[in-house]
Structures are given as C-alpha cells and as structure tokens.
Write a new protein. Sequence first.
Length: 247
Amino acid sequence: MTIIAHISDTHFDGSERALSRVRRAMTYLRGCNVDVILVTGDLADHGDVKEYNQVKAELVADVPVLLLPGNHDDRAAYREILLDSDGSAPINQLKRAGGLLFALCDSTIPGEDDGLLAPETLDWLKGVLADSEEPVFVGLHHHPIRLNNPLLDGIRLRNPDDLAAVLRGSSTARAVFCGHAHAAAAGTFAGLPLIAAPGIFSTTRLPWTTTDQLAWANTFDRDDVPGVVFHVVENGELTSHFRSIAE
Ligand SMILES: [Fe+2]
Ligand SMILES: [Fe+2]
C-alpha cells in the first residue's frame, strides 16, 4: 500500500499568513504515516526567488516531496532555486516515489492564468506512458474538466482534448491529480479518476453555498481551513480521503 498526501496552492507570498498555513499543513503531514507528499502547483504567489527559498525550506519531510509548477510560478526562478538549472522550457518531471511512478506535467503558460499542455509536454507524457510497464499517476496544475466554479473554470486547461487523447491511448495512466481550483473535488477525465486538492492558501466558494454574486474579489475564502487528500494505492486500486487540517 502506498499513501500519497496531496496538497496544493501554497502561494508563498512572504506573508506570515501563508507561511503559517503551510507550516500547519506540513507539521500535520510529518506526523502522518504517508509515503510521498505531492504539491500540485502555485507554490509561490509572485514567482520570486525569495518565495522559492521558502518553498525549499518549508516543503520538506522525511518522505519525498514532489512539486510541480502552477500559473503563479515562474519557470526560471523555480528552476534556479528548486532544480538548480536554468531555462524557461516546461518543467516536466518523471519521478518514482513510494514505489509509484508520477508523470508531473507543466501546464502553465508564462504570463497567463489559464493552462495549456504544450506539444512537447504532450509528446513527453505520451512517451512516459508508452515506456512504462506499471501504473502512472499524472499530475498537473490546471483542472482539465469543469469544476462548477464559473471563475475558476474560465482559467482551466485550454486543451483537455489533447490530454484526453494521450491518456486514452495509454494502458498505464491510472489517475490524474491537479490543483489550481483551491477546491477539494473529484470527477472523471478520459475514463480516469480526476482529483483536485484543496488549497492550502484559500478555498473557493461554490455558487450554491452563497447568495453572493461570485467575483474574483469574493471567490476565495481565506478563513476556511487548509486541507489534504490522502490517495491510497493498493494493488493498483485508488481510494481518496479528504481531510481538513485543524489548528
Ligand atoms: Fe492557486
Ligand atoms: Fe493556479
């Protein structure tokens, strides 16, 4: 059995608030018996080097911590601080952790909030899935399906059909994990489970939980508690458990 602790959207912005919410989550997770921690993007809020130094210092544990970029991240600063490399090409990473294979895709478009899997990323993923003889768990920041928040759905992945074609052509893709929506949510995509992690930094309101007209100014609930999804993989089967992280 492998247990993946999936969190997202830490948005380190130099504030005490962001730092304390991440510390609360990481302290909780370090006390849990998990095999890998996955953080699906928007690690930094402005993409500054200083913010990545916080990422590097805070998103650590005795188990592997897998990271991927979101629309608030900056590829060059991310590479410089977290990967000790340079360049602005998509940050696509194949990782083995907890005995599982993770294909972590860069769905960002520099300077934009919505997402796109570039042709080179789709080719890379296709190759990873074709070369693997075991299940592969795919991670990306942007949700490829509508999650019923009109604002967030307006900045979802632009080319879900391209991703779906790659996944449907594979016998090894097992599930898709994403962030970006700041919402714990589950659906299906290309015949696979699709799970979005809650946001550490904030939670998006749903249209049916408020009488307010939702706009960017009031969509993010900053008082809601951070959360985590525990994905349990056993004999190739996946179950996902959602938990809030109380103070
Ligand atoms: Fe975010
Ligand atoms: Fe995002």
